[in-house]
Design a protein around this ligand. Sequence first.
Ligand code: PXP
Length: 237
Amino acid sequence: MIRLGVNIDHVATLRNARGGNHPDPLTVAKALVGSGMDGITIHLREDRRHIRDADAEAVCAWAGKPVNFEMAATAEMVAIAARLKPRGCCVVPERRAEITTEGGLDVANHRDQLRPAVARLKDAGIRVSLFVDPAPEQVEAAAEIGAQVVELHTGAYANGRLGEMERLCAAAELTARLGLECHAGHGLTFANVSPVAALPQVTELNIGHYLIGEAILTGLPAAIAEMKRLMIEARMR
Ligand code: PXP
């Protein structure tokens, strides 16, 4: 069956907006057990804009579900991952000014920089994934430098770019043919997930932003009802 990795970065975004510890990413991760979530994804960015080191430590130390640790291929991040030993690492490109991970990793033109990071993570017993655009040269390069998994960037598909579903389909087939596991993610929603989830080679989808937004719509009425109940109860004492 296909697995769902839930990216909880934006739980930390919300927590950080107030500087306290609510909502706490680890508490949320634990609360998601039993919901259909098969794994937790966190991205420790160089600028620590959402997930922080203490979150990464706590989530990786928790053994409730497999952790997918997204990171740039820097010496600092490789050292942190090797110490925290998540189940998997997904190496992503990172630019300071970007709002989210805007494109895939250019593996084809950076093989020599990426190869040692992949090797070091694998030596630490971590399953290594590379986040790439659905382009054959990127998938082939990922296989060539030793990645065990390719995560296909679905951002252009989610933005409605013409021909993108065909590119995803071909890249997923190539990934499987080369003996790698195929994941996909970015920009997936209730409205666009089905064609990607139907690709037979895709074993895991990683989804974050939309789920957190949708959770406000579905969860806020219940939170308001509980607050109102407490208020009325206080008046009746
Ligand atoms: N996969 C990777 C590698 C990502 O970097 C992201 C965004 O952090 C996602 C999946 C999830 O994207 P979204 O938040 O748009 O669902």
